[in-house]
Design a protein around this ligand. Sequence first.
Ligand SMILES: [Zn+2]
Ligand SMILES: [Zn+2]
Length: 418
Amino acid sequence: MNVEQLSAFRRELHRNPEPAFVEIGTAARIEQAIEGLPVSVLTGADAQHLAPVVNYPSASTLDEWTDRAVASGVPPKRAEYFRRNGTALVVDIAGNRPGPRWGLRVDIDALPMRESTDPTHFPVPNGFASTNGAMHACGHDANTTMGVGLLHRLSDHDFPGSLRVLFQPAEEGVRGAQTMLDAGVADDIDRMLAVHVAGDTPVGAVVGSFTGGMATRKLKVDFTGKASHAAGTPEAGRNALLAAAMAALAIMAIPRFGSVDTRLNVGTLVAGDGVNIVPSTATMTCEARATVDDTVDELVDRVRSIVEGSALAQGVSVSLALMGQSATVCPDDELVDLIIAAAKAQDAVDAVERTRSLAGSDDANLLIRHVQQRGGWGAYLMVGAASPGPHHSATFDVDERAIPLGIDILETLIRAAR
Ligand SMILES: [Zn+2]
Ligand SMILES: [Zn+2]
């Protein structure tokens, strides 16, 4: 794929963004873009396990996005396939001599937010702004294009080892990586990479790896009580709203940790049936984060005690489910050295930062940690993409020169491996 073809593919994805787990047209477009390459492709249950996913999109939501994908030109049969079987793709390409088994995670989902319609926002005058209410406001259109472009580059097989590209759904909300881990697709990888564009970094600047960051758990808590007349028989009711409200306050009152940075947030609380009814249901979502992996589990234990205690106090029942999760990232020095050497070999790279601490959470870290726990190496490469607006804002946009540059670095890295 030449530079124009890479931009055209990225713009096609940008025009048709799809949020977590409904990347139906995106998956079909990836499949189309690698058609004819000497690769093998895993999809469906071979690429991800969807059964444990909490709050998976409803049938009507899936139908809606399938219709949109078809209306945007995706073959109906392929749209239907990804709608039924999930949107992850795992693509393998083999080198022609022995060497490491590389893994590369690229995320494919967009955000449920509207894109700017301002005529100075580059995609608007250039005719590829989103029209469907979602937006590629984190650059996953560019990340995905790097994955596709790299497979094209390496289709001459002239490299040691092999490469597996993991096209991962649902990075936003940190829900997708675990579904792919559950399918075992990272079990045999020796060197696990993730690549992401950095909007706040100039083109030509590269970060060898993210480091640190926060482990996170996203939780959904359902309280179930009993409705009754709020005036006639209030004592017969069991108040789910009160249990949830007590829990919300107590969760925010979990103490700080002396040696670890932590965060807690109760993000949503939806409860009750009507103004004169003792509320019988309440659903709360909350998240915990910590700079140490074990601490986030301790926070979840405390949240569990609180919701169970609040439920007991109000005589309601409660269930707690894990919606999403991620870990911290600790890149391997040897691999960061190789990435930096590959970056410095590019004429277009003029600034190399060894590592940068990750401000948020990304579930590629689960894949990296999985490979590291099995004796492999991992790192998370960032490629400067000079966006006019911050990540997750309506004016986010990628300088497309970042795409071939990211591919060049990855290609150099993999071809030079021993
Ligand atoms: Zn994001
Ligand atoms: Zn992102």
